[in-house]
Write a protein that binds this ligand. Sequence first.
Ligand SMILES: [Fe+2]
Length: 141
Amino acid sequence: MSNQNIVLRTIEWSEKFSVGHPVMDEHHKTLLEYINQLIEIVQSDIHEEQVRWLIHLPKFQIYADRHFTVEERLLSKVNFPNLDEQIQQHGNFSDRISRLIAQGGLAGDPCHFAESMMHWWTDHVLVHDMAYKQYMVQLQE
Ligand SMILES: [Fe+2]
């Protein structure tokens, strides 16, 4: 399953990823841990790799969906103007991972999938979620 041509790097959570809301930050940290594990799994050479991958994906999906529900509820509460865009982004993500699980989790290139999940996470947090940071800070004041 490993593709030795690509070197994928895990990312450590730091303050620059903070959206100013402790619960959302915790969720994002956990999502990042799941994605770091995806990267670790696809780059390991051990033979249990596929089993670990298949166990990991549904847990990741359940956690991500839970995060999206809570995040959308919070954004709705503060009348965040780009809520529709967030809902659409969350839906696209859920569809991708659902499709992969429905296909047995092994369709396509797992390295590419892990890489695209990491891109998705950084884009989700640094672009889309950073846009609501001010709303979240105001909510806590
Ligand atoms: Fe988020």
